[in-house]
Design a binder for this molecule. Structure first.
Ligand code: CA2
Length: 147
């Protein structure tokens, strides 16, 4: 069986679909998980969310220990602040897609400078919740690429 994709989600994303639909849509994180499982087909998906920085670091360590084929991460606000999450991601040997539901570059300046982008294989932003399915399709192609 193919190695899993780990889909990791940061703070407040457990509340998705409850406010600011003009930015984030009406889709809940549970809906997004279903969408990811459909997009992944036979490939195993580990789908996790935490509001705590240390738990997200633990999720990244788990992905490394699990020999994940790829990590898709929406670090939410930690995108812009967390050197600890950046350091954990640097240890991952697999491709990493940084994902944002909104287009962070169209928003206030505090959302413009991602620390994670420095080490991400690719960045997806502004496709709404469907960005997760796009990320899984892209990750499939990335891991299928010859070295
Ligand atoms: O667009 C994204 O996916 C973000 O990573 C979401 C973060 C924000 O800090 C980033 O700049 C961009 C914020 C998540 C807020 O979660 C919500 C929960 C409920 C309703 C609306 C948003």
């Amino acid at each position: 069986m193919a190695a899993a994709f780990h889909i990791l989600n940061g703070p407040n994303l457990n509340r998705l679909g409850t406010r600011e639909p003009e930015i984030y849509g009406h889709t809940s994180l549970a809906d997004i998980e279903t969408m990811c499982r459909e997009a992944a087909g036979d490939r195993a998906i580990v789908f996790r969310q935490s509001n705590a920085e240390h738990e997200i670091i633990g999720f990244i360590h788990d992905a490394i220990d699990d020999k994940a084929a790829g990590i898709v991460i929406n670090p939410a606000a930690y995108t812009f602040t967390s050197i600890a999450i950046l350091d954990a991601l640097k240890m991952a040997p697999c491709p990493i897609i940084e994902l944002h539901i909104s287009n962070i570059h169209r928003r206030e300046a505090i959302y413009h400078h991602s620390l994670v982008s420095k080490i991400a294989t690719a960045v997806i932003a502004g496709l709404g919740p469907e960005g997760y399915a796009v990320a899984i399709g892209a990750m499939d192609r990335i891991v299928g690429r010859p070295a």
